[in-house]
Design a binder for this molecule. Structure first.
Ligand code: IPM
Ligand code: MN
Length: 332
């Protein structure tokens, strides 16, 4: 069992080492290999994810990435580290679970336990943008293929089966995009039907899904959707799990996966020891659950994280406090 550890930029350098300590507390046999990725790496090497890093992730079969600081303007030759990893490693599924924690998360009288399954390889993220010579019209291509839609549906079915889920909601915009989103919707429906899985299946247009995510989050169990819709819907969903600061994610491919806290590099608070490492730890737990097939260890981390959050955080020294509290609980 091997892990490629990539702290990346900003608070990634604080939360990722903390998450590795927690992983090793429940999986003592875990070996780690450090690798570079991110904006700083780009500035030093001209590449946000050097070829050696990609190879190390492939060799390990698993990576844990912190965060990347991204410029909002176009920098020649730069592509976001996480986007590069998704593309180069074929990480076609993005699994984003959201769980409420009693007494901690918003409206926590509501029991929320959902997963947003985001198609991670195509849609508007293929990066084909052009601007015409006049500079007056810019165009982005959005590609949906049957193959990628079926592949994400197969992951969704496998997940639903493994976790005895009750419902799959297909989220799309086929009323306006009948060819692309129609293909996505039909492909997902086909795969679910062919699988023989007995589960409730419904569908929502993305705008209605967004409204329901705000007003009726408990109606969701598994939501499966295209890349950009999944990007947006999973951030909205994360609100019910305590916000982006607590949200984990797993980018999954065939034989390789990269876990990543959804939060960014937070340059404003970097280096102060105040970043909460829980999202990074929960991302590590996702590796334990989905990649190393150690659900018991994943449950332990998740339960400890909920208990630590319920006990409350200090005003300063949060990274060290949470790490110690987690290690203390896991040692019991
Ligand atoms: C995410 C992030 C990324 C995305 C950015 C950093 C490129 O928002 O992982 O959700 O848009 O996919
Ligand atoms: Mn996002």
């Amino acid at each position: 069992m091997k892990l490629c550890v990539m702290p990346g930029d900003g608070i990634g350098k604080e939360v990722i080492p903390a998450a590795v300590q927690v992983l090793q507390a429940v999986l003592p046999e875990l070996e780690t290999v450090m690798a570079d990725a991110g904006w700083e790496t780009f500035e030093q090497t001209g590449n946000s994810v050097p070829a050696e890093t990609l190879q190390t992730i492939r060799d390990c079969g698993a990576g844990l990435f912190g965060a990347v600081q991204s410029p909002l303007y176009k920098v020649d030759g730069y592509r976001s580290a996480i986007l590069t990893m998704r593309q180069e490693l074929g990480l076609y599924a993005n699994i984003r679970p959201v769980q409420s924690i009693a007494g901690v998360t918003p409206s926590s009288e509501k029991q929320i336990d959902m997963i947003v399954v985001r198609e991670n390889s195509e849609g508007l993220y293929i990066g084909r943008e052009t601007v015409d010579p006049s500079g007056e019209t810019a165009t982005a291509e959005r590609v949906i293929t049957r193959a990628a839609s079926r592949r994400i549906a197969e992951q969704t079915v496998a997940l639903a089966q493994a976790q005895s889920r009750r419902k799959i909601t297909i989220v799309h915009k086929a009323n306006v995009l009948p060819l692309t989103d129609g293909l996505f919707r039909d492909s997902v429906r086909d795969v679910i039907a062919e699988s023989g899985l007995e589960i409730e299946v419904d569908e929502l247009l993305i705008d209605v899904a967004a409204l329901k995510m705000v007003g009726e989050p408990e109606r969701f169990d598994i939501a499966v959707t295209t890349n950009l819709f999944g990007d947006i819907l999973s951030d909205a969903a994360a609100h019910w799990g305590g916000g982006l600061g607590l949200a984990p994610s797993l980018n999954l491919g065939d034989g390789v996966a990269v876990a990543e806290p959804v939060h960014g590099s937070a340059p404003d608070i970097a280096g102060q020891g105040v970043a909460n490492p829980i999202a990074a730890m929960l991302s590590g737990a996702m590796l334990a659950r989905y990649v190393w097939h150690r659900p018991y260890q994943a449950d332990k981390i998740e339960q400890a994280a909920a208990a630590v959050m319920q006990a409350g955080l200090p005003a300063t020294g949060i990274t060290a406090f949470v790490t110690d509290a987690m290690l203390g609980r896991l040692a019991r």
